[in-house]
Design a protein around this ligand. Structure first.
Ligand SMILES: CC(=O)SCCNC(=O)CCNC(=O)[C@H](O)C(C)(C)COP(=O)(O)OP(=O)(O)OC[C@H]1O[C@@H](n2cnc3c(N)ncnc32)[C@H](O)[C@@H]1OP(=O)(O)O
Length: 465
């Protein structure tokens, strides 16, 4: 890590020699997101340059204290280069002056250590890693087994998917990847590689020069195999990351397909994803809907619900119409496709939407009314009818969903007495519900569009049922 005051040489890194100046007024600090940049580099020539691939961490602020700010520096710049070959990092820190303007001078070293750990090295060592430390990917890959998926990477046979147990060389590789995981996978913490049952699925690109194979890592997923009573195993995708230069090229999708393939070929109980990001959920639902479009057992149940949505008038309903599939169908989907119940329910709504004519107002209104009733039921749960409930959470059965918290306006419940609520500050429960329904409709429409553009022929078959 190089720490330097602008206009001075490396010798000036001694903090004691730094000139201290006063800030006019209290030091407002600078957000880490504004002064820190991270670059992914493939060769030594790029080190020190800010014109190479920069990665966009979801939020650097959260590494820096409660308010995400760095105090005591003028014109601070933190540039970190990460090697795409060994995943070592080198940090260059520069600033004009330091001064305690009332909030101290943030000690940057421990924060960077928290993110980059032992991967962070001095410049000279970092430059050496490009020739010396290229082996960690190759060693991990050589210990793994390739997964061949039909139609996958036909256009680029150099790209391979490899499955490795998370121990030895693979565990070492994972430890090198931790900083990228922390920076790019929101809310992540390093997985405990000492725990039994972890594996990684890697996407790598192989180049062979002078009979020596070299591998470039494009992405990976960390997957946990855990026991399911009485005698099966579930697969939980804990972290999935496609390196920024390669995102949007289909690698995330292939990783998910490879994991589905493993689950089906080894008769795993089902596949779950731990707290999926919105985009990952979108990619996952797109794939699962496409798989379900050609899965015959869903067709009759789907066509029955579609018919009732076309015929019923739900606008004056006294009880809710539920769009849930039959329990035995959920079980068949789990057994054959390894799609867990929660995920199948999501896809089920998307498939119903895809089977409806968006120009037919009645069936679309009915569809929305069903989504509304479902969300309302999830939120109010057993408390429906007691509208005064102040705080509610939606908890997933598969332990993979986010929580939602709602306040309602009505009082009367003992809990309400503890919170001072100004009616003008609150949205009504109805508004909150409608917002949620709008968001849900947006998600459904987003996936439906993608599925339509990629599976037109399969869709024609489905709608013709
Ligand atoms: C559990 C967790 O880890 S949650 C956190 C997930 N990870 C992150 O957020 C880290 C940063 N992001 C990433 O690493 C990646 O963006 C990921 C893993 C989320 C997705 O991987 P990517 O390689 O970027 O996505 P990929 O290219 O495979 O797919 C995305 C696009 O291809 C489309 N696509 C391509 N082929 C197909 C196909 N056959 N069927 C359906 N969709 C397809 C997808 O629909 C999507 O299109 P769009 O965005 O243009 O509408």
């Amino acid at each position: 890590m190089a720490l330097k005051q602008k206009g001075t040489d490396a010798a000036a890194t001694d903090t004691k020699k730094r000139r201290r100046v006063g800030f006019s007024g209290t030091d407002a600090g600078v957000e880490a997101n504004e002064c820190m940049k991270v670059f992914l580099v493939r060769n030594p020539d790029e080190v020190g340059s800010v014109d190479c691939t920069s990665i966009e961490p979801f939020d650097l602020n959260h590494f820096f204290g409660e308010d995400g700010k760095i105090y005591g520096y003028k014109n601070l710049k933190i540039n970190v280069w990460i090697s795409a070959k060994s995943f070592h990092g080198y940090a260059d820190i520069s600033f004009d002056e330091t001064s305690d303007g009332g909030k101290g001078i943030t000690d940057l070293k421990p924060v960077l250590q928290n993110i980059f750990g032992e991967n962070l090295v001095e410049k000279e060592e970092f430059l050496h890693t490009f020739s010396k430390e290229c082996e960690c990917i190759r060693t991990a890959v050589t210990n793994g087994s390739a997964i061949k998926l039909d139609g996958s990477y036909e256009s680029d046979p150099a790209v391979e998917i490899v499955r490795v147990e998370l121990q030895g060389a693979a565990a070492f590789l994972y430890s090198r990847l931790v900083p990228l995981v922390l920076l790019l996978v929101e809310g992540s913490t390093p997985i405990d590689i000492g725990e039994h049952g972890w594996e990684m699925v890697l996407v790598v690109k192989k180049t062979t020069q002078e009979a020596v194979s070299k591998f470039e890592l494009l992405g990976f997923a960390a997957v946990h195999n855990f026991y399911h009573y009485p005698e099966s195993t579930r697969l939980r995708i804990s972290q999935i990351l496609v390196l920024p230069p390669y995102q949007g090229e289909g690698h995330g999708l292939r990783l998910l397909e490879a994991i589905n393939y493993i689950a089906q070929s080894e008769n795993i109980y089902d596949v779950t994803i731990e707290d999926p990001s919105d985009y990952l959920q979108y990619v996952r639902s797109s794939i699962d809907c496409l798989r379900l479009l050609t899965f015959d057992p869903i067709k009759s149940a789907l066509s029955a619900i579609v018919s009732s949505l076309k015929e019923t008038n739900l606008s004056k309903r006294t009880h809710s119409l539920r769009m849930v599939p039959p329990a035995e169908l959920m079980e068949t989907v789990r057994q054959k496709l390894k799609i867990n119940k929660k995920q199948f329910l999501r896809c089920w709504e998307i498939l119903i939407f895809l089977s409806l004519d968006s120009q037919e107002h009645k069936s679309m209104d009915n569809f929305r009314a069903c989504i509304y009733d479902r969300i309302k039921g999830e939120i109010l749960g057993s408390a429906s009818g007691t509208n005064g409930k102040r705080l509610l959470q939606m908890v997933s059965s598969s332990n993979e969903e986010s929580f939602a918290v709602y306040w309602t306006q009505e009082s009367g419940d003992a809990d309400d007495q503890t919170v001072e609520q100004q009616p003008e500050d609150l949205k009504t429960q109805e508004q909150q519900l409608n917002e949620l329904v709008d968001n849900q409709m947006e998600e459904i429409i987003g996936v439906a569009k993608n599925v339509t553009s990629r599976g037109k022929d399969k869709l024609v078959e489905l709608v013709a049922q």
